[in-house]
Ligand binder design. Structure first.
Ligand code: HEC
Length: 130
């Protein structure tokens, strides 16, 4: 019996240590509150919402200076050009990687779905210069 006591004590310590470890493992915000998939597409505006997306993924090829060499002459910094691509459906078609359009960003992965949803919301609301 005397021999069993240290074994039981050791076993208890190991069990406690393991439960503490797994307890801590899940104690971070991302695991406790996983992203619920909510995407705010209300009141999407060109300046505040859309331009930062284009800036991050598109202007490298589609701005005034790069468009000629890298962006097939498509300057998405220019509102009237952007509006044209929005109205003819190709802005959404290309970003969604739909059939019949060149998938954008060229050579890169698809944008996060929330960014695409915001783009679609802006186009659906009339692609306003707001
Ligand atoms: C690496 C350079 C590059 C990047 C980055 C890029 N594009 Fe393009 N884009 C091009 C080129 C080149 C073409 C024309 C060639 C083609 O259609 O494949 C094009 C074509 C397009 C077209 C016309 C597609 C069609 O099928 O009519 C649209 C719309 C467009 N881009 C939007 C975007 C948007 C929006 C982004 C960012 C999400 C983006 N592009 C990022 C180079 C780029």
């Amino acid at each position: 019996m005397k021999r069993l006591i240290p074994i039981i004590a050791f076993g208890t310590i190991i069990a406690l240590a393991l439960s503490v470890q797994t307890g801590c493992y899940y104690d971070n915000e991302d695991d406790l509150y996983p992203f619920t998939g909510m995407c705010d597409t209300i009141d999407v505006q060109l300046a505040a919402t859309i331009k930062p997306i284009l800036q991050g993924s598109c202007y490298a090829c589609h701005n005034a200076s790069a468009a000629g060499a890298a962006g097939a002459g498509i300057n998405l910094e220019d509102y009237s050009s952007l509006k044209g691509w929005a109205d003819n459906g190709r802005l959404v078609c290309a970003t969604e990687h739909s059939n019949g359009c060149s998938p954008m960003p060229l050579g890169g992965g698809r944008l996060p779905q929330c960014d695409i949803d915001k783009l679609k919301a802006w186009v659906a609301a009339g692609a306003l210069d707001n």
